[in-house]
Design a protein around this ligand. Structure first.
Ligand code: NAD
Length: 359
């Protein structure tokens, strides 16, 4: 298979962990006979240095000509945010690219490997076999995009935010969630607040209609307050969580702390036509950049999800996931995992061990 991949490594640890993902993809293409053609483009502070723009048109054009975008991370040190190179860097890069490509779906995957359960803030007894959960959050509807009012009414201060959802918006993410569930354990929990909100009532109605198109996938509904509680009480009950923009914003952050290191959480942003951006959920970690200590797992898993969910290369994606798990089970890890692994390796050295384990 020939695929064109736009490589937007960005800033901080982005270029280092991106190199790990490319080395793993190269090992996969050698082993399985594919050709991944990479076109590098600048984004974030790295782009600002050349273009005085965090998301230059040249980069957008390269993305448009590619089958997928593999993204690193952007942004500078939190103490240097007034420097024009870093000012609004994340907003100008990430929100702009979301807007440019109309990304309406965000997916994050939280994995806890069985021998890293001590890193999780959850009790070991709750996750004896580790954890593997995917959350899908709608990105372009809900209370963030309706009308906002901040002012006065009847002589006192007043504010309102309008939540809106169309049938098409819900259909698009619901179908994608069920497609993802088919690649996993075929179980979707749809999270809403249908006991109160009209948008949630519509959400629940449409999700139940979509569920009928996927009779092989088990689907249940859960209220968001209960879901927030269940994620820390009994997280193993979840496989795919499907939810709206506001609830997804909160629940995906809750989920991101469960694995114990932000360096292990991959993420996808997609539009209705399936075009997408694959990236680690974390930031550019400038304080550890250039030291060969960053955890490359989130970036490598982002590449693996691109193979599985976009290119339908299931064997290849499983080979990557298996190689990461084996490397961790062999006792290797990067510095952020030091409290749970036997041998701490640098980013490059850890990546080499992962590549050795690709079967
Ligand atoms: P961050 O995610 O970069 O770092 C938070 C903590 O996690 C730090 O201690 C960091 O060292 C650690 N960390 C993150 N990724 C790691 C990895 N792969 N391996 C080991 N440790 C890792 O968040 P922050 O410090 O709040 O932000 C730093 C910069 O990143 C800011 O400029 C911010 O705007 C930007 N940012 C970018 C994105 C993105 O590109 N998607 C997301 C969030 C933050």
């Amino acid at each position: 298979m020939d695929k064109n991949i736009a490589i937007l490594a960005g800033d901080g640890i982005g270029p280092e962990v991106m190199q790990s993902a490319i080395s793993v993809l190269d090992a996969i293409s050698d082993k399985y006979g594919h050709s991944f053609i990479y076109t590098k483009a600048l984004v974030g502070g790295a782009a600002y240095e050349k273009y005085q723009n965090h998301l230059p048109q040249d980069t957008i054009e390269i993305c448009k000509k590619s089958d997928a975008i593999l993204f690193g991370s952007v942004g500078g040190p939190v103490t240097e945010q007034t420097n024009p190179k870093w000012k609004n860097c994340e907003t100008n890069s990430i929100l702009a690219i979301r807007k440019e490509f109309n990304f309406n779906i965000n997916l994050r995957k939280a994995t806890i490997y069985p021998n890293l359960v001590d890193l999780s803030p959850l009790k070991n007894s709750l996750i004896p076999n580790g954890l593997d959960i995917v959350i899908l959050r709608e990105l372009l509807g809900d209370i963030y995009f309706g009308e906002h009012y901040l002012g006065n009414k009847n002589g006192s201060r007043f504010a309102s935010d309008i939540a809106e959802y169309s049938e098409e918006q819900i259909l698009s993410i619901a179908r994608y969630a069920f497609d993802v569930a088919r690649l996993r354990t075929k179980k979707v929990v749809s999270v809403d607040k249908a006991n109160v909100m009209a948008t949630s009532k519509l959400w629940r109605e449409i999700v139940s209609e979509v569920a009928k198109e996927y009779p092989d996938v088990e689907c249940s509904d859960m209220l968001v307050d209960n879901c927030a509680m269940q994620l820390v009480r009994n997280p193993s009950q979840f496989d795919v969580i499907l939810t709206a923009n506001l609830f997804g914003d909160i629940l995906s952050d809750e989920l991101s702390v469960l694995s114990g290191s932000i360096g292990m959480m991959p993420s996808i942003s997609l539009n209705a036509s399936g075009f997408g951006l694959y990236e680690p959920a974390g930031g550019s970690a400038p304080e550890i950049a250039g030291k060969n200590i960053a955890n490359p797992i989130a970036q490598i898993l982002s590449a693996s999800m691109m193979l599985s969910y976009l290119f339908n290369l299931q064997k290849e994606a499983q080979a990557i996931e298996h190689a990461i798990k084996t490397t961790i089970m062999q006792g290797f890890g990067t510095l952020d995992l030091k409290d749970a692994v036997k041998v701490v390796l640098g980013t490059k050295e850890f990546t080499k061990e992962v590549i050795k384990n690709i079967l």
